[in-house]
Write a protein that binds this ligand. Structure first.
Ligand code: PEP
Ligand code: CO
Length: 464
């Protein structure tokens, strides 16, 4: 996936930290396992299993994020809100990878910048919940916390947290990762054959012409380079691809936190790029304690209630050495609130001077319910949040360095709007998400094209 890299920036070892030191802090969102013996047995087994990623890949990603912090790359991250064990299936995995690669192609071509490609999958199996219990009628049961913890069925048996599910999550993550690595190594992203990047939908999409034009121009560029060089340009079929997930279930994450030969410190080897959610970002909490000691690049969700001072304290706790590539803030304000909520945060971090990568999650602030009972998001709002974010960063003297989107490679109807102008009535046709509504294939590419258009306009405005 990548070449070994060492970070040259000096970082200090987190004092008093161990992979289990979080156990001494208030831990939110963790399940109560009824059988302590079964839990310990599952964790002992997990500690023996091979990791899912390597420290070399983690350093390579950190370096790419550091470059994105300097405006030399753009980060594209996408995936489902939550993976289910049943999603570990070839069509779902390859279609999702395909749409992410195609979006990255649009971005590389349009922004003239290399893209950091991250899939929030191969481990996105735990979900934070607003209530510990779910009540239906007279019956209250523990909430469903994602497939790594318990089952979604509303039965007492399914809702008991089962520690063996952590082993299944590890196995499914490994299978997902294995397939993604094999597809990429096998030339799934080979720029010599941009025609393979075509999609069945392109034939009938309103975006077809723009997309086809871009594919042709990439093909021309590759042929031009090869004519110039007098040989085939290699490495055009090799790309870097990284994974992320919300590292919520600390017993699982700690069991995959390892030391490696010839490197100091500890690495979370369950994913390249773990996230902390809003609900578990308390400074004195277990999650911040766990994250401060690992050497991975880390991301934190930033919602509309976050105050500037909170961000600065998180920077103190999680990146005291101002290490390049270490910290990403993923803001999710909603199209209606971003203009009011984001600037004070940008201003505080800019004034502070330490580096972060700013990424816009344009999904979570824009969720709404329709009159026919579907949870949806309007394409126009998602796009508006991305576009406003670019402008707000520019006005604040900071830089929007990436986007996070919830998307799928399938032709679902979960978000309204887009080139095909999906309406609320269309939602029932192919609504498959069990959690948040996702952009479908076409809507995802449309967002990528819109980002390019927006940046083109911004550059044009700057020149005018
Ligand atoms: C998410 O990140 O997909 C999500 C639903 O986040 P939260 O539950 O923290 O809002
Ligand atoms: Co979500």
């Amino acid at each position: 996936m990548s070449t070994p890299e060492r970070t040259l920036h000096p970082v200090t070892l987190a004092e008093g930290w161990s992979p289990e030191s979080w156990r001494g802090k208030p831990a939110l969102q963790l399940p109560q396992y009824p059988d302590a013996g079964a839990l310990e047995a599952a964790l002992a087994e997990l500690r023996q299993l091979p990791p899912l990623v390597t420290s070399w890949e983690i350093f390579a990603l950190k370096k790419q994020i550091a470059e994105a912090q300097e405006g030399k790359r753009f980060l594209l991250q996408g995936g489902d809100c939550a993976e289910n064990f049943a999603d570990c299936e070839s069509g779902t995995i390859s279609n999702r990878l395909k749409v992410l690669l195609q979006m990255s192609l649009v971005l590389v071509h349009g922004l003239r910048l290399p893209v950091v490609r991250v899939g929030r999958f191969a481990g996105q199996y735990a979900k934070p919940r607003s209530a510990d219990m779910e009540t239906r009628g007279e019956v209250s049961l523990p909430s469903y916390r994602g497939d790594v913890v318990n089952g979604p069925e509303f039965t007492a048996a399914a809702r008991v947290p089962d520690p063996r599910r952590m082993l299944t999550a590890h196995a499914r993550s490994a299978m997902t990762m294995n397939f993604v690595r094999a597809l990429i190594d096998g030339g799934f992203a080979d720029l010599h054959h941009p025609e393979y990047w075509n999609l069945s939908w392109v034939g009938c999409s309103p975006l077809a012409e723009d997309y086809q034009e871009m594919v042709n121009s990439i093909g021309d560029a590759v042929r031009f380079m090869e004519t110039l060089a007098g040989a085939e340009v290699h490495n055009l079929n090799r790309i870097d691809f990284y994974t992320s997930h919300e590292a919520l279930l600390l017993p699982y994450e700690a069991a995959l936190t390892r030391q490696v030969p010839r490197q100091w410190g500890w690495f979370n080897l369950s994913t390249h790029y773990p996230w902390i959610g809003m609900r578990t970002a308390a400074l004195d909490g277990a999650h911040v304690e766990y994250f401060r000691g690992i050497r991975n690049p880390i991301a934190i969700k930033v919602g509309p209630s976050v105050q500037p001072d909170q961000l600065l304290r998180l920077m103190d706790a999680l990146n005291p050495d101002d290490e390049p590539g270490r910290l990403t803030f993923i803001h999710r304000m909603g199209a209606g609130q971003v203009a009011e909520r984001l600037p004070p945060l940008l201003e505080a971090v800019r004034r502070d001077g330490r580096r972060v990568l700013w990424v816009c999650d344009a999904m979570h602030g824009n969720t709404e319910s329709t009159t026919n009972g579907y949870k949806t998001r309007r394409f126009a709002n998602i796009l508006a949040e991305v576009e406003q974010s670019f402008d707000l960063h520019a006005a604040a003297g900071t830089r929007l360095g990436g986007v996070h989107l919830e998307l799928t490679g399938e032709d679902v109807t979960e978000c309204t709007g887009g080139a095909r102008e999906l309406t609320e009535a269309d939602l029932e046709r192919a609504y498959r998400s069990s959690v948040d509504p996702r952009l479908n294939y076409e809507q995802s590419l449309e967002i990528a094209m819109a980002i390019v258009r927006k940046q083109g306009q911004r550059k044009g405005d700057a020149r005018a």
